[in-house]
Design a protein around this ligand. Structure first.
Ligand code: ATP
Ligand code: MG
Length: 360
């Protein structure tokens, strides 16, 4: 019996509705080529349309609805004309990330063959690492407030929260990931020379975790230098792990070093697999180009490859990525405008799916 996986597809808003079908097309091609079955169920919630009809972004029982799936394949959410961004984001994606305890945000930073990156001296092969961002605590706490409001002494405080459990579990994930890669190198982002309570704790936990992974070489970089080195010496990095805020910044800076935002993928992972993990492109709903059929579907398709990897379909994941690179490199006729071409979302998606089918 072939392995079966249940996938919940949430296209969301804007170009999400255009790139998710291409992602699914490639996933189905991979399932056929590599001999497994995907049972895909599509949902219309986590979108502005749903909000306009129901006054909420997701049904109240979303946990029950989605909890039984093996993974969530997410497009993009946000349609500021109809719903303020903080409402749509907080009412959907952030609920899912937190409700399903997806405490790892994982972004590959890799310059694909066929894509011209902005860094002059670096080509494909030089830039190939992962950013692991802590996704649930750290600097993004809601603890704090304003005191002496309206006076000269007006003061604002916001706490950073680091728990041993929260810090250790993301570090463990990052060390495991580093240990599984050929270079076995891990860098943790810190700022313990300036932030004198939370960051030294982060360093302490990282140093302790490193003792458990003697086969991984580990070092730390202060976030300011780290950001500079992302641009100047990206070849230094293999796995970079960072707190919520630093990880947020690095995980946008990283993909920016590898060309168009249209190709960048991401995963929100619950490593224990108690809850489904969520796979989505880095880009948003892109209202400025939505409805024109010109969005680049590669970020969505690559996110699909990450989903296959997570499900254990490693060969299929590699096959999808190989097809992406091969098409980007050899088929200028199907490139979307952000890649310098004139083709449509569908043309690029179909070419990649065709390559998955024929190319393995
Ligand atoms: P967020 O939703 O995270 O707030 P945003 O709305 O600021 O992000 P995006 O929706 O990602 O930003 O769009 C940023 C820019 O990148 C826009 O000009 C958009 O057209 C472009 N862009 C985003 N995704 C793609 C894509 N897949 N293909 C081509 N261009 C894209
Ligand atoms: Mg947006």
């Amino acid at each position: 019996m072939p392995q079966r996986y249940r996938i919940a597809a949430l296209p969301g808003d804007g170009i999400g509705k255009e790139v998710v079908p291409e992602g699914l097309r490639c996933l189905r091609a991979a399932a056929d080529a590599y001999g497994f079955v995907l049972d895909v169920e599509e949902f219309g919630f986590a979108s502005a349309e749903y909000w306009l009809r129901h006054g909420e972004m997701m049904p109240k029982d979303w946990r029950e609805v989605l909890g039984g799936f093996d993974a969530i394949f997410f497009g993009a959410v946000g349609w500021p004309e109809a719903v303020p961004d903080h409402v749509s984001l907080w009412g959907s994606l952030l609920q899912l990330r937190r409700g399903f305890d997806q405490y790892v945000n994982l972004r590959p930073v890799r310059l694909l063959r066929g894509v011209r990156g902005p860094l002059r001296d670096h080509g494909p092969g030089d830039i190939d690492f992962y950013v692991v961002r802590e996704n649930t605590e750290g600097e993004y706490s809601s603890i704090g407030g304003r005191i002496f409001e309206g006076t000269e002494r007006e003061t604002v405080l916001q706490e950073t929260v680091m728990t041993r459990t929260g810090v250790d579990r993301v570090l463990r994930y990052a060390f495991e990931l580093a240990g599984s890669r050929p270079e076995r190198h891990l860098t943790w982002a810190t700022k313990s020379n300036g932030i004198s309570i939370s960051m030294p704790y982060w360093d302490e936990r990282a140093a302790e975790m490193a003792l458990r992974y003697p086969h991984v070489t580990a070092d730390k970089d202060h976030i300011d230098i780290l950001a500079a080195k992302f641009v100047l010496q990206p070849e230094r990095y293999d796995v970079v792990v960072a707190s919520n805020l630093f990880g947020d910044i690095l995980s946008d800076l990283g993909p920016a070093c590898t060309g168009t935002i249209g190709v960048a993928p991401s995963a929100n992972i619950n490593p224990e697999r108690v809850h489904p993990s969520l796979f989505e492109p880095v880009h948003g709903s892109a209202p400025d180009i939505a409805g024109r059929g010109i969005a680049n579907p590669v970020g969505q398709i690559w996110s699909g490859a990450m989903m296959l990897e997570h499900l254990g379909e490693t060969a299929a994941a590699a096959g999808v990525l190989a097809a992406v690179e091969s098409v980007l490199e050899r088929r200028p006729d199907v490139l979307t405008p952000d890649l310098g071409g004139t083709a449509t979302t569908t043309a690029l998606g179909a070419a990649i799916a065709g390559h998955i089918t024929s190319g393995q």
